[in-house]
Design a protein around this ligand. Sequence first.
Ligand code: BGP
Length: 460
Amino acid sequence: MFYDFPRRFWWGTASSSLQTEGNKNKRGKSTWDIWYEKEPFRFYNNVGPNKLSDFYSNFKKDIDIMKELYLNSFRTSISWSRLIPGGTGEIDSDAAAYYHDLIDYLIEKDIEPIINLFHFDMPIELANKGGWANKEVVNAYVNYAKTVFSLYGEKVNYFITFNEPIVPIEMCYLYGAHYPFELNFKKGIGAAYNTIIAHCRAVEEYRKLDLPGQIGIVLNLTPSYPRSSHPSDVNAAKTADLLFNRSFLDPVVKGHFSKDLIEFLKENNLCPNAEKKELETVKNNKVDYLGVNYYQPRRIKAKENIPNPQAPIMPETFFDYYTEMPGRRMNTSRGWEIYPKGIYDLSIDIRDNYGNIPYFISENGMGIEGEEKHKNEDGQIQDDYRIEFIKEHLIWIHRAKEEGCNVFGYHLWTFIDNWSFTNAYKNRYGYVSLDLETNKRTVKKSGEWIRKTIFNNGFE
Ligand code: BGP
């Protein structure tokens, strides 16, 4: 069977400023620079965000490779601490010119630029003020967003306010994997709420400017599957779903928070203070479209043991994860489950419960350790496993589209192998490999495959 995709489907890739740009000395510092300076041993092979593919200096060559592969869209982010060092105050004119040049070159090559404002890299000065838990930081973000819109809003058709806004919250306040750690679930919920307000206020500012494009957000959705149809498992999965998916999805798409979530938070004394004016802002500033990052689902079961009442409250106070499932497929390099049907299930959910809002898959991909060993004699990585992975996901996306879902693109994470938060270069994700010694780029077999797929606008 030939799996065909709509005309003008977005075939693209996603990346972020912190993970690719380099030229660190030409920008202010973010939390990642400071964490690396303090604790380099926390990063795989002690490699921090200073050893990058140097997209900053190479973007034209890299975009030329995109063009060779027929990729027609590209998401990256603006580095807040590059554009406005310190997070507030004056714009850095070199940085402003760099992003102009980058966007112009993408447009010249007929590659749709999708410009994201925030990808985990908060200016350290603002993190030191309490990050998203502090409303002053929300104000600073809104000013930064206004700056970006007035600089680039006439030529960028698609803005994104945040990439996976829940991740810095989880990692900072729950799991201690993003700096500065502060384990406190309730405070994390307050910070998540503020992030949603920051997003909605940015949308409001965008609309005020009456610009020609659209604005959306990228959420990482993790369908939550219960172990069984027993009500306790089903309820446990519902709680995980409320906390990790609906928490952001409902306000940004529907303009209000999920009633079930509010009830759950109230019952557990976790509800943040919400001002009436803020709720109005949420109501009036729904997104035009969604980006959805999908890597793996959540497998949930009811708690087997009563949680220790002395232990700090966590999402996992309310449910457990399970792994004992026949046929469970894993990407062992990353420790993530491979479950392509999840991308279809979340699509149907968007169709049926979120007004069939237009969305694209803004990240999906497979990070593999030791890809070097898959090189052929010409130095090309033979990543057939990645081709299979992408195909399997695209087949489910195709089915979702056939069943009426409003999906308009697929972006692989990522274009050129890049630095990953804490995992550095352990797992490689790109269509193009990066030689860390020479910075040389080589298209992988998957890159050749996507080129053919885009040419045919589908595959067999
Ligand atoms: C997403 C992030 C990306 C990227 C990707 C792969 O959550 O948006 O920035 O890092 O995950 O994950 P990792 O690099 O941790 O393997």
